[in-house]
Design a protein around this ligand. Structure first.
Ligand SMILES: *Cc1c(COP(=O)(O)O)cnc(C)c1O
Length: 390
């Protein structure tokens, strides 16, 4: 049996007519830049996420970049983030001439640990840290109640890297009451990616910044279009970070199915959890399952606190297991083999060790979790892993 890590063909087959129609519509309209499809998607993603504004941009990376540009982050500044994420989270900081500083992750959720953030901020006596970028890794939110409290104490803006977490709900606790909020609606801004492997994937690159504040949204809108206001008059320097209409149109079609796809991924995660339990692999600690840390608070709310952009297990002999899975036609991937603070592009500046991020980078592996995955495929994946550890 062949089990790919992700099968976009299976998704396309269910939506072919609608997707083709949406793209043809843009081609016929000749409204390729901005226009009704982009505006429509901006409104729909903002509404879906419970944010006040949405600004379409060219990628998730550019969403982060333009958000930091809107905060005037530059040389001499530092940005506090997680050491365990896709490179873009730190790449945008470096591109602006600023320096990323890291707080280690919580080993259970893989997200930035608020207690570690406090330590880093307490040591920042020269107040160089100008922003915080928590990442909602693998489809589960960072501990935003604690993070927003810290941000308020230190008067720092929070830019959520929600690239892997569109639609993820988080139980924000305000005055002891739980209020479910969605990724991208908690910080000053949320940054989304429509890269094809994200839960809401375009037919190429795309992204969005959601904002709570109108003036911040307006600034992002200007910056994505060279800072021009009015046209050909530039009081600030932006770039071309626009979202193509030909991306927005099929994304609007797919957005209508997103919650169902999330449900499919969650059902697949449950089945994996059960199969791994039955296999004895978890009891023997050969495999450690992912933990949905807020799941016990979901109850009847209908909130989805984990959308499994990735299903990540910790395993013994990780690299050998990867080779074994690939040999048995099972797609898998390592997100991410080198933590950010260990990347060569940071140069020779000494970096404090981040033991939990380093351990996660050495022990984790992603298994296929896409919604169209069949029960038989999942059984084959677990059986194949069980055979490896026999
Ligand atoms: C995918 C991703 C990005 C970048 O998005 P692109 O659209 O590929 O530029 C940024 N951060 C995280 C955590 C991601 O997973």
């Amino acid at each position: 049996m062949k089990v790919p890590l992700l099968d976009l063909q299976a998704q396309f087959a269910t939506l072919e007519n609608e997707l083709v129609e949406s793209v043809t519509g843009v081609l016929r309209s000749t409204r390729y830049i901005h226009g009704p499809e982009v505006v429509g998607l901006e409104e729909e993603v903002a509404t879906y996420s419970g944010a006040n504004f949405g600004v379409g941009v060219s990628s998730g990376t550019d969403a982060l970049l333009v958000a930091l540009m809107a905060l005037d982050i530059g040389p001499g500044d530092e940005v506090l983030t997680t050491p365990y994420s896709f490179f873009a989270t730190m790449g945008v900081v470096l591109r602006l001439g600023a320096k990323p500083v890291f707080a280690d992750i919580d080993p259970v959720s893989f997200n930035i640990d608020p207690e570690k953030m406090r330590e880093v901020l307490a040591a920042d006596t020269k107040k160089k840290i100008k922003a915080i970028i928590p990442v909602h890794l693998y489809g589960q939110c960072a501990d935003m109640t604690a993070i927003m409290k810290i941000a308020e104490e230190y008067d720092l803006p929070v830019i959520e890297d929600a690239a892997q977490a569109i639609g993820t709900a988080y139980p924000m606790t305000i005055d002891g009451n739980v209020q479910w909020k969605k990724a991208g609606a908690m910080g000053l801004a949320g940054c989304f990616s429509f890269f094809p492997s994200k839960n809401l994937g375009g037919v190429g690159d795309g992204g969005m910044v959601t904002c709570q504040d109108e003036s911040f949204a307006k600034k992002i809108e200007l910056l994505r279009n060279h800072g021009a206001h009015p046209k050909y008059y530039h009081s600030m320097v932006g770039g071309n970070f626009r979202l193509d209409a030909i991306q927005a149109a099929p994304l609007r079609v797919k957005l209508r199915h997103l919650d169902n796809w999330h449900k499919g991924r969650r059902a697949n995660a449950e089945l994996y959890n059960r199969l791994f339990g039955e296999s004895g692999l978890t009891a023997s600690s050969k495999v450690v399952l992912p933990v949905a840390v807020y799941a016990d608070r979901e109850r009847e709310s209908g909130a989805m606190s984990h959308i499994y952009n990735q299903y990540i297990i910790r395993v013994e002999q990780r690299d050998a297991l990867r080779d074994w899975l690939l040999k048995n036609d099972i797609g898998c991937e390592i997100y991410y083999p080198v933590p950010l603070h260990r990347q060569d592009c940071l140069g020779t500046d000494p970096q404090p060790s981040m033991p939990h991020a380093e351990q996660a980078a050495a022990e984790t592996i992603a298994l296929p979790i896409y919604p169209e995955l069949t029960d038989e495929m999942q059984m084959y994946v677990v059986e194949t892993i069980a055979r490896f550890y026999k």
